[in-house]
Design a protein around this ligand. Structure first.
Ligand code: HEM
Length: 309
């Protein structure tokens, strides 16, 4: 592992714990969530671009586990109050060749490097310690960290979703698709909900319980699966692959790689870590430093939570 990443891992997890305290046994962020069983049905349209089995086997069905989550590190926080939502998918085309795709409901990230992420979280903790109100703190962070401006603008517009099944989720980082000849092309991934994106109306907000998203998922899935279309967005030479704070232009070619059907809620399997650098064959991480940093951080979060810390 890159030495710098190792040096920053523990301080970063410590600062994440500072955001809302330690909740023993829980993830250091995205602590509240539910796991579901799912099946991915590839369209075959990505077969010329990648050898990834879960994306290229037209007519095939690939088992998957999905974990939907709220972004907060506080598992008792109401679903209404943590605006960022996550959808992490572990595709399991075979027992040995799993591929992970983690996504959230904003298209860009706050920080370009692990060091600037750590500075930003430290500053957020300092502002919180000074008792500054959340909105004023967000404005201050945006002023001090210009690279966070796109992410802050998106987060400022988020409204509580009607359902985990009505969010559009972005994997944010660029990855490399590797074809049969070994040719590599940069690409991003997005999940589009088939029933459309829907937020809650103001009228409904007051009447909902803190865990309304979990209840909604359990109710809806009894009647029909959540269906998400997987879009692959193809990058051009000029598109940055090492900077998750920058969006790519809207006009990039898209391929619909298949449909994920989320069928039922299940207990969380032991040891589940959605490490985004576990890409399986046919997909590779890019040179994005944040993407690589997530791997040791997630392992450290897992190490602490598995010991009941
Ligand atoms: C410096 C950057 C980041 C840090 C330090 C970080 C940190 C963490 C940590 C500590 C966890 C809990 C891991 C576990 O205990 O299993 C987590 C989970 C998660 N993160 Fe990140 N993260 C970063 C960037 C991102 C980005 C860019 C995305 C968007 C794609 C993202 C999406 C998620 C999701 C969806 C989960 C929940 C995974 C699950 O359900 O198991 N994170 N993150």
């Amino acid at each position: 592992m890159d030495k710098t990443l190792g040096d920053l891992t523990n301080p970063t997890v410590d600062e994440l714990e500072g955001l809302s305290g330690v909740h023993p046994g829980d993830r250091r962020v995205h602590s509240k969530g539910i796991c579901c069983r799912a099946v991915f049905k590839p369209s075959g349209l990505a077969a010329g671009l990648t050898t990834a089995r879960h994306l290229s086997d037209r007519g095939g069905e690939v088992e998957a586990i999905v974990r939907f989550s709220g972004s907060s590190s506080d598992p008792s926080l109401s679903d209404l109050l943590s605006p960022g939502k996550g959808m992490a998918v572990r595709f399991m085309p075979t027992d040995r060749d799993a591929a992970v795709l983690t996504a959230v409901n904003v298209p860009v990230f706050f920080a370009k490097t692990p060091a600037s992420f750590l500075d930003l979280i430290k500053e957020a903790n300092r502002l919180k310690g000074g008792g500054i109100e959340a909105i004023a703190a967000a404005a201050e962070l945006a002023a001090h960290f210009p690279e966070a401006r796109h992410a802050m603008a998106h987060i400022g517009k988020l409204r509580p979703p009607a359902s985990y099944g009505t969010c559009r989720y972005y994997a944010i980082h660029a990855f490399l698709l590797v074809d049969r000849e070994g040719k590599r092309r940069p690409a991003k991934f997005e999940w589009l909900p088939e029933i459309g994106v829907e937020s809650l109306s103001i009228g409904k907000l007051k009447s909902l319980p803190a865990d309304y998203l979990e209840r909604d998922a359990a109710e809806r899935l009894k009647k029909a699966p959540f269906r998400f279309r997987l879009h692959i967005v193809l990058g051009r030479e000029s598109d940055p692959t090492d900077d998750p704070t920058l969006p790519w232009p809207d006009d990039r070619e898209r391929i619909e790689a298949g449909v994920l059907e989320v069928t039922d809620v299940i207990a969380e399997p032991d040891g589940l870590v959605m490490d985004p650098t576990v890409t399986g064959t046919g997909i590779e991480p890019t040179d994005d430093p944040i993407l690589h940093f997530r791997s040791p951080v997630y392992r450290e979060s897992m190490r602490r939570r598995s010991r009941g810390e």
